[in-house]
Design a protein around this ligand. Structure first.
Ligand code: ADP
Ligand code: ZN
Ligand code: ZN
Length: 749
């Protein structure tokens, strides 16, 4: 008997099928099915999960041919229409498949329902009288058993677990609930979602701050955008210590005041404890709930957080890139802090850029978007120059504190000093001693981890290499091993050269451990602590070290550039950059930009208190442009020369790059197919594109596979990519060759 008005919906299956399919909804489920609902549907003779992408399908299929959905999982939709549009755009723009995109957007805790099931609890309803009890025991022993058990409990117990343990069916339980003897309810217990432990333990100033003139001007401009209720992107370019966070806070308060929601993105939550702590201290009074979205949340916490955002109970989310998918209903403000950070780009499919997705989502929501940084990416600076973003600048440090003086030390002239103090110039050593005597603090930056970066034979030039990855192995003193930082391969550190047998084999270069030792020998009495990804493996160590440093218990902090991010220590008056050149030795067109950003960021860590700071930059290339411009803090000058370079070589921001990576165990095959494909593109692609390659990737061999890439330079991704993908569908690629497209790539290796 056909329904007069059948409800026909579109569903995106979440497993293995890159398509949107139409289904019909049985009348009993119609009230539960909305755009964004999670449903179970029959697909290829299986019961699969899917997301409802439309409740009014435009598919031209007659209802009789359609299958019924089985079930709608929750009362509330798991995402909203805006996110569905966003997901569809990501799928096209990043050449991904629709199911993978939605799997990325919706956390596993929500998709897999594990947390949801756990959340149903049972407790005693009313006490049964003797007659009832006797009747139960006679006619429904299972019910009696369950009732007795629950009666003895002090607190509510998870339903699933207890039914399984007592081997009691759901029907028996339901009967008890119906009689009122047992109460069944969803777990209401506050999990730790709002009380994350990542915030810095030290108390943060909670009182509000009076904005200075520049801050106020930016804040006013953001308020104008917020009041317009339309998409307006801003670039907040503020030197380190200029008080950007205060300006974000002002905008956040204003968005919240109007009942809106806020997404605040940081490159990595674990590395920004101070920011998280400040946001919480300043916003959480007055009942505003902040969800801190990070990788340590349990499935249950994730589940609760997701729905509290979807229901509008919590209206602020702070997190790394995936927080951009938070199901906030009335999104008014998106902040992307440290917008230049490469960490915003996801390294696996879908290879999306969190910042760019943030801008797109803000556009869909008609929200204000603020990208902030002391060192904005060239792309964003260019967008501002072109008038696509409003540019708000904070040129002065708060309280007119001085920007630090930057000294460049030419390491070609510095002879290696005594053993053990190698790689620390005289100038840097003198200043370290001076600061220690004055009881001021110093930070030393280095780009490598491990004790020294490689093992070199001075007799024959042999360098220990990873047999799988074609990169040098790194020496780690703690376990006397040399390790590959790409695939994890390791072997015992050799005592003689593997090639010529010389016992002169030396550990070349200088890692954080070795620098730590060198510094210790310069200032033997100083308390020195090393901070790098090796010491980060213990969960709370990072935070404790930072707290100790702030309290003055540590004199000198030695670390990789991860400690250059967003930290604010008033008593630091000396910052040393031990090997400024390293960033320039990477085969990447952004190497110069990265080097410039690193120098400016690192310098920003000095002199944040009342005493002016000094920065020592050690380099073998003192006249290099990024180093010189960074020394003078000349952004506009740097932008001009760098943009000219980019333009000449057709790099972003003038063109988009799509990197097409080919991998396989047989290098001849990989090259053959990459070349065959490139020829086809030259011949058949209707849009003219510039193609470079195929060429070996800088990391040519990795985990025993060979890697080659082709780069396409295009003006408009949305126009060209679809025809490229259409061609690819027709191309008979060898089974042993795997290829992926990376749109707007950040990792060039
Ligand atoms: P940025 O994010 O630009 O590096 P922050 O927002 O971290 O700068 O501000 C640096 C420090 O200055 C913080 O301790 C902050 O509390 C303080 N600060 C910011 N704005 C003001 C202001 N208008 N008056 C006084 N102190 C301020
Ligand atoms: Zn390796
Ligand atoms: Zn040798």
């Amino acid at each position: 008997m056909p329904d007069e008005n059948p409800m026909i919906i579109d569903v995106v299956p979440l497993t293995g099928l890159d398509r949107v399919l139409a289904y019909i909804v049985p009348p009993s489920l119609q009230s539960k099915v909305h755009v964004g609902s999670l449903v179970r549907v029959p697909l290829l003779n299986r019961n699969q999960l899917g997301i409802v992408s439309s409740i009014d399908s435009q598919e031209e299929v007659s209802p009789e041919k359609l299958k019924f959905i089985f079930e709608a999982l929750y009362e509330d939709p798991v995402i909203n229409g805006e996110l569905i549009t966003l997901g569809r755009w990501m799928q096209r723009y990043y050449a991904s498949s629709v199911d993978v995109v939605f799997e990325t957007m919706i956390p596993a805790a929500v998709r897999q329902q594990t947390a949801a099931k756990y959340a149903v609890l049972l407790e005693l309803g009313r006490i049964a009288n003797d007659e009832e009890m006797a009747a139960l025991e006679k006619r429904a022993p299972k019910q009696a058993q369950l009732y007795q058990f629950i009666k003895q409990q002090i607190k509510p117990i998870p339903k699933n677990k207890i039914l399984r343990r007592l081997k009691v069916g759901a029907a028996a339980c339901a009967a008890l609930v119906k009689k009122g003897l047992v109460r069944e309810f969803k777990e209401r217990e506050e999990r730790t979602v709002y009380n994350d432990d990542l915030a810095s333990s030290e108390s943060v100033v909670a009182q509000d701050i009076v904005l200075n003139e520049e801050q106020q001007a930016a804040a006013d401009d953001f308020r104008v955008s917020l009041s317009k209720n339309e998409f307006r992107p801003h670039l907040l370019h503020g030197v380190t210590g200029s008080g950007k966070t205060e300006v974000y806070l002002d905008a956040m308060r204003s968005a919240l005041g109007e009942g809106g929601g806020v997404i605040f993105l940081v490159p990595e939550v674990a590395l920004t404890p101070q920011t998280v702590g400040r946001l919480r201290a300043r916003l959480e009074h007055g009942g505003v709930k902040i969800v801190v979205w990070h990788s340590h949340l349990s499935a249950g916490e994730r589940f609760d957080a997701w729905f509290s955002l979807a229901r509008g109970e919590a209206r602020v989310v702070v997190g790394a890139r995936s927080a951009i998918f938070a199901p906030i209903p009335n999104l008014r403000l998106v902040v992307v802090d440290e917008e230049h950070e490469p960490a915003y780009k996801q390294g696996e499919t879908p290879r999306y850029h969190g910042r760019d997705v943030a801008v797109y989502r803000a556009m869909l929501a008609g929200a204000t978007c603020v990208l902030g940084s002391a060192t904005p990416s060239l792309e964003s600076l260019y967008n501002a120059q072109q008038g696509r973003y409003r540019l708000n600048r904070l040129t002065k440090r708060v309280d007119d504190r001085e920007l630090p003086t930057v000294h460049i030390v030419d390491m070609r002239r510095e002879k290696m000093r005594r053993d053990g103090v190698a790689n620390i110039s005289q100038a840097l050593a003198d200043k370290l001693i001076d600061r220690f005597e004055k009881r001021e603090q110093s930070i030393m930056f280095l780009n490598r981890r491990g004790y020294s970066n490689s093992v070199l034979c001075p007799d024959c030039g042999f360098v220990a290499q990873c047999p799988h990855c074609d990169v040098t192995l790194t020496y780690h003193r703690t376990d006397e091993r040399i390790k590959c930082h790409v695939c994890g391969y390791f072997e015992r550190a050799p005592s003689r050269c593997g090639k010529c047998g010389s016992v002169e084999i030396k550990r070349r270069g200088f890692g954080t451990q070795k620098i730590e030792e060198a510094i210790q020998s310069i200032v033997p009495k100083a308390k020195i602590v090393r901070l790098d990804t090796d010491t980060m493996t213990k969960k709370h160590l990072f935070r404790h070290i930072l707290d100790d440093f702030r309290k003055g218990k540590i004199d000198i902090l030695v670390g990789t550039q991860m400690i250059a991010k967003g930290l604010d220590f008033p008593n630091v008056t000396l910052v040393g950059l031990v090997d400024a050149d390293i960033a320039l030795h990477v085969p990447d067109f952004r190497a110069s930009e990265r080097c410039f950003q690193l120098l400016v960021q690192v310098a920003g860590r000095a002199g944040r208190g009342d005493t002016a700071g000094e920065v020592i930059v050690q380099t073998f290339m003192p006249h290099n442009e990024p180093i010189q411009f960074a020394r003078r803090g000349d952004f506009d000058g740097y932008l001009e020369v760098e943009l000219e370079q980019r333009k000449e070589f057709h790099y972003p921001p003038y063109r988009h790059i799509v990197r097409h990576l080919f991998r396989g165990r047989n290098p001849d095959k990989v090259v053959f197919y990459a070349e065959k494909w490139a020829d086809l593109v030259e011949e058949k692609l209707e849009h003219p594109v510039e193609i470079r390659g195929p060429a070996p990737a800088p990391l040519e061999k990795m985990k025993d596979t060979y890697r080659f890439h082709i780069w396409y330079f295009l003006g408009n991704v949305s126009k060209v990519l679809p025809s490229l993908l259409a061609l690819r569908k027709e191309f008979p690629m060898d089974e042993e060759v795997i290829d992926v497209f990376d749109v707007d790539p950040v990792d060039m290796l």
